[in-house]
Each structure stands twice: as structure tokens, then as C-alpha cells.
Design a protein around this ligand. Sequence first.
Ligand code: 1CP
Length: 357
Amino acid sequence: MDGMTRRTLNDAPLLDAAVPGRTPSRTPVWFMRQAGRSLPEYRQVREGIDMLDSCFMPELLAEITMQPVRRHDVDAAILFSDIVVPLKAAGVGVEIVAGRGPVMDEAIRSRADVDKLAILESDVPEVTAGIEIILDELTDSQALIGFVGAPFTLASYLVEGGPSKNHEKTKAMMHGEPETWHALMQRLTPTIIRFLQLQIDAGIDAMQLFDSWAGFLTERDYREFVLPYSTEILGAIEDAGIPRIHFGVGTGELLGAMSEAGSEVMGVDWRVPLDTAAARINAVSGPKVLQGNLDPAMLFAGRSVVEQEVARITSEAAAAIAAGHATGHIFNLGHGVLPNTPAEAITEAVAIVHGEN
Ligand code: 1CP
């Protein structure tokens, strides 16, 4: 599919919330990590299939993407993939270890390692085919969100060699060998843009840039070592005209700086009330759409807690909009669904957000 044949969604709450001047028919809601281990039907179809292999199987990735949409009545599907899929597609040795996350065959520690890092230049036909199946199955009120990892978060996995608690090797390269760091960012950026562009060409309705671990950085470091590259990525797809969402965990201190990268929507984690977040964003970039920010742990706390929290978050978003600090609200968690979350609690939270009590 090319940009000319992108489907037009006139009644999709997520797009209506994300585009200024449009009013959604209901508060749109989707949950980061809504596909996956919280769903028994996911565990069933994934049985015996490697995680990264499943991201290259069109029927399977489409089925897993659709499972939470069918079960929970969320307003958006998020493509079943992972932030390391473009690296794998480029030929980088990486696997996803159950219960841990992405682990690299070889960590990147030197300028020579950076110069050897493969760049994605090809199509990824399995992902394109998967997106086509998903778009056939979604209704006109359900949006498909594509995504990529931001260069900092991806670099953290490459430099540390896997998941990290403190990101110390990553920060050591950033400060000890800044030229190597910038070379790594420059080498990752085209791979990320390529993977995003092929999702856009296949017809995704919106995109999210996941800079999950950016919150480990000071604002000074974020601005010097990360922001230029995330700005380049969001800028490269500006002409596609799809809503761009930018999110990281623990980024309360970075919301202003991150808002400069150019997204229409800012994801906010649960630590910062949405009206406070909106004031920080508005002060730097003017009003944007907010996405968030229920603490994922609240899905373990029972219905009345979720009702109270949804009401609080909705009124904080309304206050931000009334103050002119935000232009809309997409309901989400403040980070991804936790693995042991009861699936029924997710369905119930979606209904509460939709006002279908
Ligand atoms: O076997 C399994 O089920 C492995 C668990 C799993 C799943 C379901 C991983 C390993 N990745 C995924 C899919 C995935 N990853 C999705 C699509 C599903 C959905 O959202 O419904 C998305 C959007 C991601 C993106 C992703 N991967 C991020 C950014 C989002 C976030 O949670 O901050 C990150 C940081 C990763 C790395 C990763 N992949 C997998 C894990 C367990 C992790 C995190 C590891 C760590 O803590 O460092």
C-alpha cells in the first residue's frame, strides 16, 4: 500500500482524539503490551514458537495483534513486534530470552563494533503482510498503531548486551567516548526510520516511538546525546500525516525536552499527574495530546480502585484541556501491562474508561 491508498478513518476515537479540532465519540483507550502473556489465547498460539520468530510470521503476528482488540474492545491494535525486530531483520544476532528480554550475541563496546553494526536497507515482507491482514480485520473505528524503539533505548540493549538495571555501560560510552556514542546513534537511526517507513507504507494509522529507558538520563544528557536522533526519526515521517506518539518511563523531568522531538501526542508514565505533565509540555512546545497514565499495578487492586483512578486521570486530563495546556486525551497505562495481570481486569478497565459500567 502507498500513502495514497491509506484507509481514511472518519470515526476512530483514537484518531479523533489525536487530531486537533476533532472530537472522539468516546475516550479512546488502548494499553501498552496489551498483547502477550496476560492472555491465555496468546500463550496458546505462541506455544513452541520462538518470540522473535513469531514476529516474522504474518498470520500469527496478525492473530496476536487482534487478540486484545477482540477480547477487550480497545480502540486500537498495536502491532505485535518488538523493538529489536528491525535489528534482527538487518541480520544482527539477537534473541528474546523468556522472562528476561532481548539479549545480543555480541555487545557493542567500541567504534569498530559500531562500524560493523548492520543497517536495515531491505523490506521486511513478513511485517508488511502481517499489517495487511490486520487492516482487513479491524473495523473503521479501530486504529492500528505501529511502533519502533528509539535509538537510546535500542542502544542500551546493544551496549549492555541485554536488559540492564542501571544502564552503566551505556552511560559510560556516552560520556567516556562521545564520538563512538554519536556514531552509534547515527548508525541506528536509518534502521529505525526504514522499519517505521515500511509500516507506514503498509498502512498503519498511527505510530509510537518507545524510548522506554530515557528516564534514566538527566535532561542535559537527553538533549545532547538523544534528542537530535529522536527528532530526526519523527521528522522523517512527518509528511505521512499519521499521529506520532512519543513515550518513555520515568520521564517526568524530560517531558519538555522530549516534546521538542516533534510528536503530536506525549505518553506520560504514572508518576506525574496529567495536568502537571501538560503544563510542562505546553511550556516548551505548546499544547499537545496526552496519553496515559494509569499505574499498571492498579489492575491488581480491584474494580473500585480502578474506577477511582480512571475518574482521577480523566479529570486531570480534562483540567489540562480546560487550561489550554493539552488538546486531547488517549487513555492508556503509565507503562505496559504487567505479565500476571488478570485478563478480566483489563477488559473491566476498558469498559470503565468507556463509561460502560
Ligand atoms: O515470549 C514473550 O511473550 C516475551 C515477552 C515480550 C512480548 C510479548 C517481549 C520481550 N516483547 C513483546 C512484544 C512487544 N514488545 C510489543 C507488542 C505487544 C503489545 O504491546 O501489545 C511491544 C510494543 C514491545 C516493545 C518493547 N520491547 C519495549 C518498549 C515497550 C516497553 O514495555 O517499554 C521494550 C523495552 C522491549 C524490550 C523487551 N522485549 C521483551 C521484554 C521482556 C522486553 C523488556 C526487557 C527489559 O526489561 O529490559
